[in-house]
Design a protein. Structure first.
Length: 593
């Protein structure tokens, strides 16, 4: 190990830090660690706690976790009111899975009377970890305390709003101190905005704000232009971290499998966690090439895509959780398309097109999209016709009445709004004995839904909650329901496809945005356009009418059983040909340019 010419015990703290940084920059991190250890052993006692803290950060960067934790603990032992050390010790404990111990350190910072910025940091750490642990009420309380201390935190506002959506805590936009309705609206993420409003202008603003604040500017020169001219089969690359048991990974396997290999070469560029699950194996088997991007920085990832000579890069994730939108800004392919993962505009630099159809993308929506639409002739959505389905279960397995009308909605709770949930309660009131079968993502959401039933004078037994189950059983149990009630403005996408595939009709409300028109697109393609309404009053009236006319619902079920799977919605070979026609046209135009 190269030695420093300086004796650690003679250095001031500033000199120590300067020398340690010099060693680290020279690639001598081990020497920096030794320097800190020597100073802690022999240097001025008054500064040892700071040296311990710096040692912890150095060891943490080297992934020497146990040693880093020990260094932070020594810093805290030497100086118990050292908030920086407690904050970092908490992070180290969290990474090791010691969640309660991590939160204990952060609470100590809050209780110590540390500077406001330190307490804000601690509250935010608590809120983030509690949210990950699905302890939503505690997470919301922590973020509220953070915002009371510092209202100028858009990222905290974003989590606060979505936490309230997840809990069905209405109104979602509840002010916190100086954070009023305007700041709450401005801080709403695109995903949360898609659940809160079908106003396409608000969705565009949310997307554009995220792209402006969080995504690096597009490269000044497109990366693909530095590559050799493209020729031969058209190379299509699919970009995603969701190619497994995720909505995107459940919809797309046949898209990949049905591509015409005489004309197309299919690549996956993904950072999906590796697993040996059948869904993951099937997706990878459908690819001609698979390039792992986990642990690869965005610039390198873009270069790998460009060097592969990809003609058409299809982003399957957009701005959803775990996305890597910065890759697209390098313009690794001459044609870059958004599809499926984000049902709406992304606002991202480098994304030229979005796959759509006439229903989800009417002409009046185009001014609110940064991408140009590729309108498929039948339906925008691919699905998988090879899904495994369990045997049909009896209603009694789920506590459902055998002789009553069963409405259901298996959408995620964050998609529920007070307006639509209120309509559901009025529907139950007008259809005697009917029940509503729902998922409950968490206990708080469940209790808030039950309170809504109380407020409408409904017996709590009229709400039946379904457990999470494996995909084959999830599909099979749609057959236990009479009618699916869609959410608005965040329509069902994969869930609507699942219901129709299993022969269960769905009533939807179509609005002004792509995402609020998804289920309507599916209903048009399957041949049931009359089940797509355009006002909440019509939605409610139709759901009540069908609940009172079970024979009419039975006729819809017969239609879906006899003709649904042969409809354009599930004609996957044709949909893939339509998609390929668009890929080919755009790729050949780019090659000729």
């Amino acid at each position: 190990m190269p030695e420093t010419l300086l004796r650690p015990s003679t250095l001031s703290l500033a000199e120590l830090v300067t020398e340690a940084q010099r060693l680290q920059q020279a690639g001598q991190a081990a020497a920096a660690v030794a320097l800190y250890r020597d100073f802690i052993a022999d240097g001025p006692p008054a500064m040892r706690h700071v040296a311990c803290f710096n040692l912890g950060t150095t060891l943490g960067a080297l992934n020497r976790s146990a040693e880093a934790e020990a260094a932070y603990r020594q810093a805290v032992a030497l100086q118990p009111d050292f908030p920086h050390a407690r904050l970092n010790l908490g992070h180290q404990l969290e990474r090791s899975g010691a969640h309660d111990a991590a939160m204990e350190q952060w609470r100590a910072v809050i209780d110590s009377g540390a500077a406001p910025d330190m307490r804000v940091h601690a509250w935010n750490n608590l809120g983030r970890l509690l949210e990950q642990l699905r302890r939503y009420p505690e997470a919301e309380a922590a973020l509220s305390e953070s915002l009371l201390l510092d209202p100028e935190q858009p990222s905290v506002v974003q989590h606060y709003v979505h936490l309230r959506q997840k809990q069905c805590a209405w109104p979602v936009y509840r002010p916190v101190g100086e954070v009023g309705p305007n700041k709450l609206l401005q801080g709403t993420s695109l995903l949360a905005m898609m659940s809160a409003s079908d106003d396409p202008a608000l969705q565009l603003l949310s997307a554009s704000r995220f792209a402006h604040e969080r995504v690096p500017r597009a490269a000044p020169v497109a990366l693909h232009k530095a590559m050799p001219p493209r020729s031969g089969r058209i190379k299509v690359g699919y970009l995603s971290g969701d190619l497994h048991m995720h909505a995107v990974g459940l919809l797309t396997p046949e898209l990949f499998e049905l591509h015409d290999r005489d004309r197309f070469e299919v690549w996956a560029f993904c950072w999906t966690p590796e697993s040996d699950l059948p869904q993951r194996r099937r997706i990878l088997a459908a690819m001609d090439h698979h390039v792992r991007l986990a642990g690869v920085d965005d610039a390198t990832a873009a270069r790998l895509i460009a060097e592969a000579g990809i003609d058409v890069l299809v982003d399957l994730q957009g701005l959803t959780s775990g996305a890597r939108p910065a890759i697209l800004g390098w313009r690794a392919a001459p044609v870059q398309i958004s599809y499926l993962g984000l049902p709406g505009t992304s606002g991202l630099p480098g994304v030229d097109w979005i796959l759509a159809d006439d229903y989800v993308m009417p002409a009046e929506l185009e001014p609110y999209c940064t991408e140009r639409p590729i309108r498929l002739p039948h339906c925008y959505q691919v699905s998988d016709r090879q899904r495994e389905v369990a045997p049909r279960p009896p209603r009694s397995r789920y506590g459902l009445p055998e002789d009553r009308f069963v409405y259901c909605s298996f959408n995620n709770n964050f998609k529920f709004t007070p307006e639509v949930f209120g309509a559901w309660m009025r529907i139950l009131q007008q259809v005697p004995g009917s029940v509503l079968w729902l998922l409950a993502d968490n206990d708080t959401a469940r209790e808030n839904m039950l309170r809504q039933a109380d407020a409408h004078g409904l017996d709590r037994q009229r709400l039946v909650f379904a457990p999470r189950v494996a995909p084959p059983e999830y599909l099979a149990r749609f057959q236990c329901a009479d009618l699916v009630l869609d959410t608005f403005p965040y329509n069902a996408g994969t869930t609507a496809s699942d219901a129709l595939w299993m022969g269960t009709p769905i009533v939807t409300l179509s609005g002004r945005s792509y995402i609020s028109r998804m289920a309507g697109s599916l209903l048009n393609a399957v041949g049931l356009p009359e089940l797509a309404t355009t006002t909440l009053a019509d939605y409610e009236r139709l759901a009540v009418a069908l609940g009172r006319q079970p024979a009419r619902v039975a006729s819809y079920k017969r239609y879906l059983a006899e003709q649904g799977r042969s409809s354009p919605l599930f004609d996957l070979p044709q949909i893939v040909r339509d998609i390929e026609a668009a890929y080919e046209r755009l790729a050949l135009q780019a090659r000729a340019a």
